[in-house]
Ligand binder design. Sequence first.
Ligand SMILES: Cc1ncc(COP(=O)(O)O)c(C=O)c1O
Ligand SMILES: N[C@@H](CCOP(=O)(O)O)C(=O)O
Length: 401
Amino acid sequence: MYRLVCVHCGAIYSPDQIIYTCNRCGHLLTVEYDMDGIDVSRDEWNRRPLSVWRYRELLPVRGEPVSLQEGGTPLYHLKTIGKELGLPELYAKHEGMNPTGSFKDRGMTVGVSMACELGMTSVACASTGNTSASLAAYAAKAGVPCVVLLPAGKVALGKVAQALMHGARVISIRGNFDRALEMVHELCITHGLYLLNSVNPYRLEGQKTIGFEAIDQLGGEVPDRMVLPVGNAGNISAVYKGLRELEALGFIDRLPMMTGIQAAGSAPVVRAIERNLDVLVPESAPETIATAIRIGAPVNAEKALVAIRATGGTAASVTDEEILAMQRDLARKEGIGVEPASAASVAGIRKLAELGLIDKDERIVCVVTGHLLKDPETVVRQCEPPTEIDADLPSLLSALR
Ligand SMILES: Cc1ncc(COP(=O)(O)O)c(C=O)c1O
Ligand SMILES: N[C@@H](CCOP(=O)(O)O)C(=O)O
């Protein structure tokens, strides 16, 4: 049993209403469960495979989900980078290992399942790339048409390729992501498509399972800190919400310090934390090489600020150079291939550690959100091109010398 509740004024809505914002105050809605009615134990969860659906009692879907086998992603111990930073307990949860290569799949399995349960016959989103790739795939699996709006020229090649190949109707707008989101929201309200951006309360339910899995992979121990790259701020809010639910069930007795990392050219949440603002001042012209988090007006900021403040966490920004340096370090020192936005979380920890702002004994889980192959162009631009030689051994030996 659950209901939809406004995060700001507490107004209550029925779970089968197609609604994304509060009719009374315009703020976002969240899913609130009747915790007394949740009948499951940690042992029961531990007997199931590691997956989004291990935690189905804390998800809104009641029937058979639209699934591509999402979740169950690896948690890697970053031994080399951790040693360099003096952080022996540094981990990366590699969300790039989901079916379409990003954490969005956790959200879409729930969001698209709910679209079907609610009887919606078409779905839509705005995207900096990953949301569209994921929605296109899950819509294909569900057999529903899908429309995606992208900021023209600002989406990494692999993500556009995915949306196109999975059969979405792909529209590029001459404007940024924030404008695309406003447009698609209006389209959905006026024309009855189901909106699957992070304003959709059901989609975020799937994403909270990142935190559940990380704890299960640490043998039931809560990490001291969880670090996430922040764009539209849905993921950090979702993980915090999920962990509070585990606390309410008595499965954990403390929360990690939620830590958000943004790109320096696109850092309104960081500024709000640094200046102790209650209301975000949007960035009108966000810019960063990490196009996934090139977002100036994060719609979930209100929730993200609560998550960071309530847990004693923090927010920090990293430059594009710091992001790319960490992308290379993860690839070359740990064998972990991530896209630039994902490297931001670990780059942020490097920065905080170097500034002496975190305790060296902390157990830290950085969420690395998307796969290296999402953005091959940024990778190729950073690396030496392959050496082309004649097809004989002497040429090979000479090239290797
Ligand atoms: C790879 C990647 N990392 C991080 C983010 C940021 O997540 P959120 O928008 O939930 O803050 C996004 C999308 O926004 C993304 O695609
Ligand atoms: N990085 C995101 C931006 C959209 O965020 P959403 O969580 O609101 O869908 C993307 O991949 O498009």
